[in-house]
Design a protein around this ligand. Structure first.
Ligand SMILES: [Mg+2]
Length: 240
């Protein structure tokens, strides 16, 4: 643990941390809307199964030579019998035109601003460490629902630019490499007791943001710090 709190980087999760998102309603509406686009090829239930299947393969991938996007499309195309060339324009159009409407399941978090401001005041390298299972278009759109833009962050993890997903330790190591910051100088803040707190295994300090905590099991979560997003803002403003 970095007891001096002299961090150089803040990694922060999006869904349920910076953004108040009704995750179950959002996922259901997302699958429903995306499957509509492929209805002439396969029914909705089958589409959802293949999407979850390919996502699961991507999340488990441990080949540093393949981006998450490559792993996903290789598997997804094989599953649904369409080529990447056929799928990608449909997906792009979906993200451009349908996805923005899913913002009805999201609300800005009233304390998110204070966290980003405190991190900027401390000159921390800011990383949006959202699970990179979505393309950049979908992540930037959700980021806009939280009241921020790409410009607020030094680096944003997406399926195109990352080779690992949460909860792999390699995901956090890859971020540390990219921003050129030792893991010991990074603080990872998020609401998920597994996917976000696993950053500790990469050597990072962890702050469990418990406004919308996603508790994965019955065990008491192990983290360096815990509190609301408001507490995180205060912690960043007063320490270091
Ligand atoms: Mg989250």
């Amino acid at each position: 643990m970095n007891s001096n709190n002299n961090y150089k980087a803040l990694l922060i999760d999006l869904d349920g941390t910076l953004l108040d998102l009704d995750i179950q309603q959002f996922i259901d509406a997302y699958i429903d809307a995306l499957s509509d686009r492929f209805i002439e090829h396969l029914d909705k239930k089958d589409f959802a199964e293949q999407l979850f299947g390919a996502t699961s393969v991507m999340v488990k991938n441990d080949d540093p030579g393949k981006s998450n996007e490559e792993v996903f499309y290789t598997d997804f195309c094989r599953r649904i019998g369409l080529s990447e060339k056929e799928i990608k324009p449909v997906v792009k159009d979906f993200y451009d035109n349908d996805f923005p409407r899913l913002n009805c399941w999201a609300r800005e978090h009233p304390r998110a601003d204070a966290v980003i401001k405190a991190a900027k005041d401390r000159n921390l390298t800011l990383v949006l460490a959202t699970n990179p299972i979505f393309p950049a278009a979908a992540i930037l759109e959700r980021l806009s629902w939280s009241g921020f833009t790409e410009k607020d962050f030094t680096f944003i993890t997406t399926m195109e630019n990352m080779h690992f997903c949460k909860p792999r330790i390699e995901y956090y190591r890859e971020i540390a490499d990219i921003i050129n910051c030792p893991p010991e100088m990074c603080l990872m803040a998020g609401n998920d007791t597994l996917e976000d707190l696993v950053a500790a295994k990469a050597g990072m300090d962890t702050f469990l943001v418990d406004d919308f905590i996603l508790q994965r099991d019955e065990n008491e979560p192990v983290c360096d710090y815990r509190g609301s997003l408001e507490d995180l803002a205060a912690f960043l403003a007063t320490s270091g």
